[in-house]
Design a protein around this ligand. Structure first.
Ligand code: CA
Length: 231
C-alpha cells in the first residue's frame, strides 16, 4: 500500500544492505548512498518521503547533509548515531532532524520509527486545502498561495516570471542555482534559450527588491555559478 520512497545514506555496507532488505520487505522503494555528497544529490533528485541519515559519512558528514537538506525541504530526517557524543551534537545543534536512533538499534524499532514518521508527515500534508505559504525575508514578503509580493508592506508589481523566480530563490534560501537550473525550472525542459534571459530577470527583480540594486544584498551573484538568495 505504501511504496513510498526512502533514501538511506550509510557508509557501513552491511548495515546499509540490512536496512535496504528490511525496508524493501516493508514495501518501501529504497534508494541508497554511501557518502554525504551522493546522498544529498540523490535526495534532490528522488525527493524521498523520508531520509535515514548516518552521522559519520565520507565526503560530507551527516550533520552537514541534514543542515543543507533542511534548507530545501521538509522531508522527515531520521539520524543514525553511533556514539554518545554524536547524539549530543545531533540533538544540540538543532539541525532540523526529526528523530534519531542510536546504533546498534533493532530493525523492529527502526521500522516502527519509520512508519510513525511517515504517518505524521502524511497527516500534515493531507489537509483539504494546501496551507497558506508565505515566504519572508526581512521586509520582503511573498505570499505564494495568493501570488502577492510585498516590500515594506507595499504591494510589489512583479511579472509572473519574476514572481516565480523570486519564489524559487527564496524557498531555497542560501542555495546556489545555476542559470541552467533556473531556466529549466521556470521555463521548462524544452526551452532552448539564452541563459542571459535569467540575468535579465534577475536585474529586473533587483530593481524592485534590493535596497541598492547596484550592490545587491538579497540576490547574490556567485561568479561562474549563478545566483543565491541571501535574505
Ligand atoms: Ca558511518
Amino acid at each position: 500500500m505504501h511504496n513510498q520512497a526512502v533514501l538511506v545514506v550509510e557508509d557501513e555496507e552491511n548495515l546499509l544492505e540490512a536496512l535496504r532488505y528490511n525496508l524493501e520487505r516493508e514495501g518501501y522503494q529504497v534508494h541508497t548512498a554511501q557518502d554525504g555528497v551522493t546522498g544529498l544529490e540523490l535526495a534532490r533528485q528522488v525527493r524521498p518521503e523520508l531520509v535515514l541519515l548516518d552521522v559519520m559519512l565520507p565526503r560530507l558528514d551527516g550533520m552537514e547533509v541534514c543542515r543543507l537538506l533542511r534548507r530545501e525541504t521538509d522531508t522527515p530526517i531520521l539520524m543514525l548515531t553511533a556514539k554518545g557524543e554524536e547524539i549530543d551534537r545531533v540533538v544540540g545543534l538543532e539541525l532540523g532532524a526529526d528523530d534519531y536512533v542510536t546504533k546498534p538499534f533493532s530493525m523492529r524499532e527502526l521500522l516502527a520509527r519509520v512508519r510513525a514518521m511517515l504517518r505524521r508527515s502524511r497527516k500534515q500534508g493531507d489537509g483539504a486545502a494546501p496551507p497558506n505559504r508565505v515566504l519572508r525575508a526581512g521586509d520582503l514578503e511573498l505570499d505564494v498561495t495568493g501570488h502577492t509580493a510585498r516590500l515594506r508592506n507595499e504591494v510589489l508589481d512583479l511579472k509572473p516570471r519574476e514572481f516565480e523566480l523570486l519564489a524559487l530563490l527564496m524557498e531555497h534560501r542560501g542555495r546556489a542555482f545555476t542559470r541552467d537550473n533556473i531556466l529549466e525550472r521556470l521555463w521548462g525542459h524544452d526551452y532552448i534559450g539564452d541563459p542571459r534571459t535569467v540575468d535579465v530577470h534577475i536585474r529586473w527583480l533587483r530593481e524592485k527588491i534590493e535596497p541598492d540594486p547596484g550592490h545587491p544584498s538579497r540576490i547574490i551573484t556567485i561568479r561562474g555559478v549563478g545566483y543565491r538568495f541571501e535574505g
